[in-house]
Ligand binder design. Structure first.
Ligand code: FNR
Ligand code: LAC
Length: 361
């Protein structure tokens, strides 16, 4: 029998993947408190069912950065998808296309951004940007993404240094030898450095990423591209306001899936305050811990335009490549559809904070 929900996908993926890969995908920083809170915070929020509403016709379609998607559920950028499946990011891009939604491709992908955009077959791909100390390289990545056909940049700002991920340190995490970070091939940064006592990724990030990047550099980034820039990794209203002042078209409320700074709040707990501060000025997205359609509905109710899904995509990919990712998206879509119907909502626009009991938002 096929898997029934995203939790079952995780269990099956844990059995299938090499332990080092599973740990890298599943793990978080420190004691993994934030990783767990991201999930559990959703359970504390209670939906308000509404009855005797005509819900016979329903639509989940939404518009993100001016682009129509079949549902407000997007694929979060996650690195090294080639560890989950030989077709890696290409399988994910095909599944996102089949699901009618956006894939956000990581800078640290195991296929190139050109290959990924091609696999997406006309569906929107956004490029997640990590900024390298080598400013020309950073600029070259931006230009390449635009030339490849990406329709937005997602600048990740919560990783000037890498969080302390003890699973990866313990495993001396390394990329399997047959995989490279293809976007970085020309620059010679396609492999981890030698790091016998550490996570190779941690050594890579701490050597190469630009930890001096500030709001001033966001101005610079916006000045060198015509693509809209989303800033990913915002956890408070003050930083959301700064992002907008410096040219962002939107923000992603994210704690990097609990992988950077442990003991920061669950994203869903800070979303209402940030969404209220941003108002109609820009688009607000959220990720972290979402594994049920009811979670998606709660995030929309509390102010998100759409949500991003990280790890569950990797579990789908590990189990059955493109079909697995598509099935994960379909499960979430069906669950969201049911939850909306039972809350009396027939469209995404109809979802608002009245869908949850008060106490939050
Ligand atoms: C990530 N994330 C991430 N974010 C980013 O901006 N660039 C990246 O390359 C990666 N890589 C990455 C790898 C893996 C294995 C994970 C789990 C996460 C963070 C990701 O985009 C997202 O913020 C979280 O994964 C969301 O939380 P959930 O859905 O995984 O709980
Ligand atoms: C991670 C980095 C690559 O979370 O974003 O592993």
């Amino acid at each position: 029998m096929s898997l029934l929900n995203l939790h079952e996908y995780e269990i099956a993926a844990r059995e299938k993947l090499p332990a080092t890969a599973f740990d890298y995908y599943a793990g978080g920083a420190g004691d993994e408190i934030t990783l767990m809170d991201n999930h559990h915070a959703y359970d504390q929020i209670k939906l308000k069912p509404r009855v005797m509403v005509d819900v016979s016709k329903r639509s989940l379609s939404a518009v993100v950065l001016g682009q129509q998607v079949s549902m407000p559920i997007l694929v979060a950028p996650t690195a090294f998808q080639g560890m989950a499946h030989d077709e890696g990011e290409l399988a994910t891009a095909r599944a996102a296309h089949a699901a009618g939604t956006v894939m956000i491709a990581s800078t640290l992908s195991t296929f190139s951004i050109e290959e990924i955009v091609q696999a997406a077959a006309g569906s929107p791909v956004w490029f997640q940007l990590y900024t390298y100390k080598d400013r020309e390289l950073t600029k070259a990545l931006v230009n390449r993404a635009a030339a490849a056909g990406c329709s937005a940049l997602v600048l990740t700002v919560d990783a000037p240094v890498q969080g302390k991920r003890e699973r990866d340190i313990r495993n001396r995490f390394q990329l399997p030898p047959h995989l490279t970070m293809k976007n970085l091939l020309g620059a010679g940064f396609e492999k981890f450095p030698h790091a016998p006592d550490n996570s190779g990724l941690s050594a890579y990030i701490n050597t190469l990423f630009d930890s001096s990047f500030t709001w001033k550099e966001l101005d610079w980034l916006c000045s060198i591209t015509r693509l809209p820039v989303l800033v990913k990794g915002i956890m408070c209203a003050e930083d959301a306001a700064l992002a907008l002042q410096h040219g962002a078209s939107g923000i992603v409320v994210s704690n990097h899936g609990g992988r950077q700074l442990d003991t920061v709040p669950a994203t869903i707990d800070v979303l209402p305050e940030i969404a209220a501060a941003v108002g109609e000025k820009a688009e607000v997205y959220v990720d972290g811990g979402i594994h049920r359609g009811t979670d998606v509905l709660k995030a929309l109710a509390l102010g998100a335009k759409a949500v991003l899904i990280g790890r569950p995509i990797l579990w789908g990919l590990a189990i059955d490549g493109e079909n697995g990712v598509k099935h994960v998206m379909d499960l979430l879509r069906d669950e969201l559809d049911i939850a909306m119907a039972l809350c009396g909502c027939t469209s995404i626009e109809a979802v608002n904070k009245n869908v949850v009991f008060s106490g939050r938002g």
